[in-house]
Design a protein around this ligand. Structure first.
Ligand code: SIN
Ligand code: FE2
Length: 217
């Protein structure tokens, strides 16, 4: 289907597109801090390396993941959960860098959610062919707080569905620096990422990095 968007501003960085009540895309919002953000991602992945988690059903996820923050999202044969320790090292996840916290709070506030203070940041790493199947973010205790999702590197098509798995999905192209926020009535909407097409980004090469901020509570 075609995506019906409602831009408030002209094209370019800062453009705001409403996806649904409580859900917006903030085009290019992360661009001013991109160098600092990418350096922080490198630092985090050197301490808590990216890894392919196993789903409770025994499948290897095609997205490689790691975390920073007081809580990290993990999956294995026992289920999905948040854990204060990286199960690979037994150590706490690296803290969420200040530049991430500022961006996440700023994005949430632009979307109408004031005072967002995430305690978890999942870092997703995609390569061409990688996909993320439709799911809800519902392992958090606190649904009053939004999800803030930052895209870096090669483009992806984000699927943004409804509150039921079978609801139709918007196909939202996301590029380097774009930020999506969903909360309030949109907090439990299904979402996912289509298999990435081969592409190259000047800074990241054939990779897409996504930062997803949550307040686990
Ligand atoms: C997620 O749902 O955790 C990630 C979404 C994305 O990579 O854009
Ligand atoms: Fe998600």
């Amino acid at each position: 289907m075609t995506l019906d968007l409602f831009p408030d501003h002209d094209d370019g960085a800062g453009r705001r597109e409403e996806l649904a009540p409580g859900a917006v895309v903030l085009r290019g919002l992360a661009l001013p801090q991109q160098a600092e953000i990418l350096a922080a991602v490198d630092d985090i992945t050197s301490r808590a390396p990216l890894r392919h988690l196993t789903t409770p059903g025994g499948f290897r996820m095609s997205v490689a993941m790691t975390n920073c923050g007081a809580r990290g999202w993990v999956s294995d044969r026992r289920g999905y959960r948040y854990d204060a320790l990286d199960p690979e090292s037994g150590r706490p996840w690296p803290p969420i860098p200040e530049v991430f916290l500022e961006l996440a709070a700023n994005a949430a506030s632009e979307a109408g959610f004031e005072g967002f203070a995430p305690d978890a940041c999942l870092i997703n790493h995609y390569e061409p062919g990688t996909r993320l199947s439709l799911h809800q973010d519902k392992d958090e205790r606190d649904y009053s707080q939004p999800i803030v999702s930052v895209s870096l590197g090669i483009p992806a098509v984000f699927l943004f569905g409804g509150l039921k798995r079978e609801d139709r999905c918007l196909r939202v192209p996301l590029g380097h620096g774009d930020v999506v926020v969903w909360g309030g009535p949109a907090r439990l909407r299904f979402h996912g990422v289509m298999p990435l097409k081969a592409a190259s980004h000047p800074g990241l090469g054939m990779r897409r990095v996504n930062l997803t901020f949550r307040k686990v509570g």
